[in-house]
Design a protein around this ligand. Sequence first.
Ligand SMILES: [Ca+2]
Length: 682
Amino acid sequence: MWNWCHSATIIKVFSIFVSISIPFCAAVEALNVALLRNVTAKYTCGDFGDEIYYNHTEALWSASERVQKTCSAGDYPASNMVDGSVETYWQSASRSLLYADPLLGDENLDTIIEIDLLQEFLLEKLIITMADSKRPNHISVSKSVNGRDWAAFAYKVSIETECLAYFGVKLSSLPTDGDDYVCSSYGQSMANRNEQVVFDFSHFSEPVWKRGKFLRLQFYEMHLTLGISGNKFQHYTVSELKVFARCTCNDLNNQCVRNNITDRYECICGGNTEGDFCERCLPLHNQQPYEAGQHCEACQCYGHTDLCTYNETVANLGLSLNMAGSYSGGGVCINCLHETSGINCETCEEYYYRPAGVAQNDSHPCLPCDCAVEGIAMNPVSKQIGDCVVNNDSPLPINHLNRLMQPGDCFCKQYVDGRRCDQCLPSYYNLTVENPHGCQECQCYLPGVENGDNICDSQTGECRCKSRVAGFLCDECTHTYYNLQQSNPQGNWCYSRLLDWSLLAVSGDVMFISLSSNTTLLIDSVVMVPQEFITGDGVDVSPSALSECDLSTRSTAKVLSNTCEDYIFSTSLSYYGEGRPCDCNITGSFSATCVQRGGACECKPGVTGRTCDMCTPGFFNYTSNGCQPCNCAGINKSCDIITGKCNCSPTTEGFYCERCIKDFWSWSLVVARLVNVTLKDQ
Ligand SMILES: [Ca+2]
């Protein structure tokens, strides 16, 4: 067991969230990595056929005492050097048989042993244990990482001066750089058997120099027991060849163990590293680039992935948040789960949001946006239509209605409101996907709606009418009421409506009609519809327009379709050739302006006529205050337009026709009294 502790090193503590439990300076046992590996030797006793030899221990015995032995191929294989037993050994062929090989043609080179360690190690110690033979006078050791390119590694000589004299290298127990080698003497007298030859590199800390996967040992200048003639004693025996090494597990001195399945050594990595040689950071520890000897720093991914990579550009731009809450390092989280995204999985995917109060490390922090497809517009940040406000980590946006938005709020079209963009603004209706503004404006007839507010049903567009006002758009009086005006809170004043009629006869320019009513009527107005119709382009469309605009089949005056009105006013323009002045009477009108179609001025109470120039039937005293009601007591409600004196039936009399004439009866005083009460109330 060796202690590979380096000089004191400061552990870089990078996060308050990570506790470091692996001691940086640990005692690590180097392992015999040569055990049972593939080893070859040139040449083995028996390679040139059966060979007769004697044990070295019998060299001083008399010839009659020696026991002649014979070896055949396979009796002392090279693998005996790495079987872990000192009882077994490899034995070389007799030196006298070697010179057929050009490599061994050098009379001083006796044998070559090569071993494949299967993987790269940091070589710490090499021990050659001889058996029944003496050590070679000189040994050279070369190493390779690929089995082809060899580099001198170490030399062993009998006396120190032989480093230079024999190998041409300097005496050195410490290499000065990665390409250097060491040369030293055995430092002990040669033993007859079981000597251990030790190469020790453990005192040198340069890991690059120690790297090696293949080793080649060359034995030079065999000690010839009985001189050149004693060729039956010219062989080596090696019982064990041990290579103690550490796994190359970067510089964190990580342990390594042999995997019995793969038969290889594997690092037990610390410092948040992994790989055969601890040569890379753990998947979620790439906040900083890998650096040998440094612990790897965790990425801040809020628990939404197990993988991050280091990105130098991200690091330079300061875009990656580390575990300590600083923008330091270049960790980029990969494959963020739970609908999260971003360099740190810190935000939500498009079309997801993180509600206020939900932490980024929540197990499922992001919820679907849930925007109504009919009303959505583009999220100005993500540039996606239907994406909502993702979170409140940065200032929240202001929406199109100048309101502060909240996480999850959708971005709405111009006339749409609601968190989901599923509601029309007040005064708008009919939310549809096709409408780029979402909803369309209500078309309410303002004089007919409460408070003049253009508010309608958000689905149908139907307007909310004043009492006594009707129609989808509140543009007509209810049954028996007419004269719809904005100034009237109830929208009504009087009764009557268009009546059904039938044509009785035509005489020249005179038309006789019959009204379908059996009561006495005050005819308010008569509407005449032309017989020919012209479009705005001057095209005659009379046949179809007559059907469209046939009032005889309609029951109210406000049922002319827009198309019909277009025809009528196009025809009017065609005849007039120009617009007509409003000419609103300043006495009876609220203003000098009139409606675009028909030119009707807005009349004061009790006033009628297109220009508001006369009292309505049943009213009198045309002034700037309008006209007063006649309040006639009789059936005939009309009165003198100047004095207000009612037009009495032949059998009644009085200013209001409130009594019977002489010799007539049944005109009830009760009725007269009611009239008086009404008068007092005015
Ligand atoms: Ca052995």
